[in-house]
Design a protein around this ligand. Sequence first.
Ligand code: AR6
Ligand code: MG
Length: 316
Amino acid sequence: MARMDLENKFRGAMLGSALGDAIGELAFGLGDRAALTAAVDRCPSLVYTDDTAMAIGVAEVLVAHGGLDPETLGRRFHDNYRREPWRGYGPGPPALFALVEREGLSYAATAQRLYGGEGSFGNGAAMRVTPVGLFVSTDPEFEDLARASAEATHAHPVGVDGAVVQAAAVASAVELDPVAPFDAAGFCRRLADIARTSEMRTRLASVERLLAEGARPARAAAEFGFGIAVQDSLPFALYAFLTHTDSFENCLFIAALHAGDRDTVGAMACAVSGAYLGIDAIPAEWLAKLENRDLLDALARRLAAAGERRAARLNG
Ligand code: AR6
Ligand code: MG
């Protein structure tokens, strides 16, 4: 893919995900599209939450080091959390950081001690994985890098699997031509092939079935549930994208107005939509209000350049 096309898609994914996060956060308590549009119009600035703060951490490490490992990434998350603890983090990451400070173990080893020793299956590893999906595209190391990015904070196999599946969704969306016909069932099946846990595979099969049945968003949301677990929230985010592949706005409204975990479902769905449709599909008035837009934009461009250098190295 030419650099311009690639940049267009990378910017669409990074800025799109941040908008899904910020607008999803505004959507809590709102019932319909008119109310959410009015809330966005009233807002002077669209402020993102932990989802985007952590995605920025992942992107910063990837562009600085040309790769990542759980320890380097854990340190970056920890530093960014110290600067902005108010971003709305789930309980897991702050507990992890406190434990690392107290006991001095590695981030990955400490992550294994959370939640009674089973590790987190929250959607935190999936919500922030967009830069990995962009950076590695669909090359053979893709799964290792997605896995390593999760393991800094999430040790539960389902929590890690969610990150691998979401990274694959972003990577596939980059590869696909938005003008060609879209095979939603095929997209789902490829993700199910990549998933390692029966929980994620079963849920991806449900997404495919709901699409075939033409299920309305309320039914899909009720089937997946409204929780923060990645096996509940990621399938609904994929449903929102796959039922509205032609419109970033419609994807965002479905994700933000029907999900339980609105900011994170927005972030995940809109990362994939933005990666598929590119930045030009995102409403300019939303982009104009996005907090730290220039930083996100610069990271997306640097990821595109780094991803290209990496592809050249792998191919040559
Ligand atoms: N057993 C029971 N509940 C669990 C388990 C487990 N093994 N793992 C996770 N949970 P956490 P995150 C539940 O704290 O994944 C922000 O609002 C538990 O209820 O690891 O980074 C973001 O915007 C726990 O509180 O954090 C996202 O919405 C929850 O999953 C979200 O938080 C989250 O897991 C990201 O959370
Ligand atoms: Mg959040």
